[in-house]
Write a protein that binds this ligand. Structure first.
Ligand SMILES: O=C(O)c1cc(=O)[nH]c(=O)n1[C@@H]1O[C@H](COP(=O)(O)O)[C@@H](O)[C@H]1O
Length: 311
């Protein structure tokens, strides 16, 4: 199963973190923007080319120490189809460097449309008998609000194409509790119930390291719920956003891991992309600074959880 590959990457690198690639033009150094605008003009094409150059430099600086990247689709869609092409190019480049790619699209719809989303992001599109990867990611974030028939088409592709999904369970944002903390008649909270549904959806998609292809998103900003969900969802791998820019730290995420130091991957996007600002460096040093921040984040988290080993 997909998360077996991710887990093996994490163990090999002794690093349970993922670098979020959420590029904005104002993160991109002038030198890259000038080059791209000279070539393509101050156009969506020029902007998209700058985003890709920025991402490529980050991937080159990180691929040998960070197991995965997580491009958030919205930051590419801001630049039209040209930005979406930069997303495709980023996914292809990261995969060519051996990185596991999680597209953060938070996709959700009725079954037939979810089939299209699953095919687009994880499967192969059929073009007159030719089977072609559209986005070709290894995993996709999804919203389970529509229930089982919205997840089933994804589960089918996870099984056939060795892919994974992360379902939103307890999101890192301040108002997540407005609905997610509400109690159901079973006296469970909504997030607990969504988490349990993930365990069920993953039952037939079990990997060899004890985690299924149906993971969950649980925010670093809710450490108590993170520990609670870890204990209650033994086969559900966690994507944990909220570290760094949203205030989460190593102490908040340590309970996301099982006794082998597995079970979770911790995301940092702005913290890594914009690390040069905190290191008193210049924007031209963004890639060097990103690597330094990725090493610091890895050492801080592994310092809390100890050696990571296969179960
Ligand atoms: O699905 C996600 O990745 C996600 C879920 C969530 O609950 N909170 C959250 O921040 N995210 C994403 O994780 C990333 C966090 O970015 P930083 O706060 O810059 O590290 C963004 O791409 C968010 O869209």
């Amino acid at each position: 199963m997909a998360f077996d590959r991710l887990i093996e990457n994490i163990v090999k690198m002794q690093n349970p973190t993922v670098a979020g690639l959420d590029p904005k033009l104002d993160y991109v150094p002038e030198s890259i923007k000038t080059k791209c605008f000279e070539k393509y003009g101050k156009t969506l094409e020029g902007a998209a080319a700058a985003l890709f150059e920025f991402n490529k430099a980050l991937i080159d600086a990180l691929y040998d120490i960070v197991p995965a990247v997580k491009p958030q689709a919205a930051y590419y869609e801001m630049y039209g189809w040209q930005g979406v092409k930069a997303l495709c190019d980023t996914i292809a480049y990261a995969k060519s460097k051996g990185m596991f790619v999680i597209t953060d699209g938070k996709r959700n719809d009725i079954g037939t449309t979810m089939e299209a989303y699953a095919t687009a992001h994880l499967g192969h599109t059929d073009v007159a008998g030719e089977s072609i990867d559209a986005f070709g990611a290894d995993a996709l974030t999804v919203n389970g609000y529509l229930g089982t028939d919205g997840i089933k088409p994804l589960a089918k592709i996870c099984d056939s194409d060795d892919k994974g999904i992360f379902v939103l369970v307890k999101t890192s944002n301040p108002s997540s509790g407005e609905l997610q903390d509400m109690k159901l008649e079973t006296n469970e909270s909504v997030y607990e119930h969504m988490g349990k549904m993930c365990e069920g959806w993953g039952e037939d998609l079990m990997g060899k390291h004890g985690y299924s292809a149906v993971g969950a998103v649980v925010g670093a900003t809710y450490p108590e719920q993170l520990g609670e969900m870890r204990a209650k969802l033994p086969h559900t791998f966690f994507l944990v956003p909220g570290y760094g820019a949203q205030g989460g730290g190593a102490d908040d995420v340590k309970n996301a891991f099982d006794e082998n130091g597995l079970g979770a991957i911790i995301n940092s996007s702005r913290g890594i992309m914009c690390a040069w600002k905190k290191q008193g460096l210049t924007e031209e040093d963004f890639a060097v600074a990103a690597r330094k921040e990725a090493e610091r984040m890895r050492d801080e988290i592994v310092g809390c959880i100890g050696k990571i080993k296969l179960g």
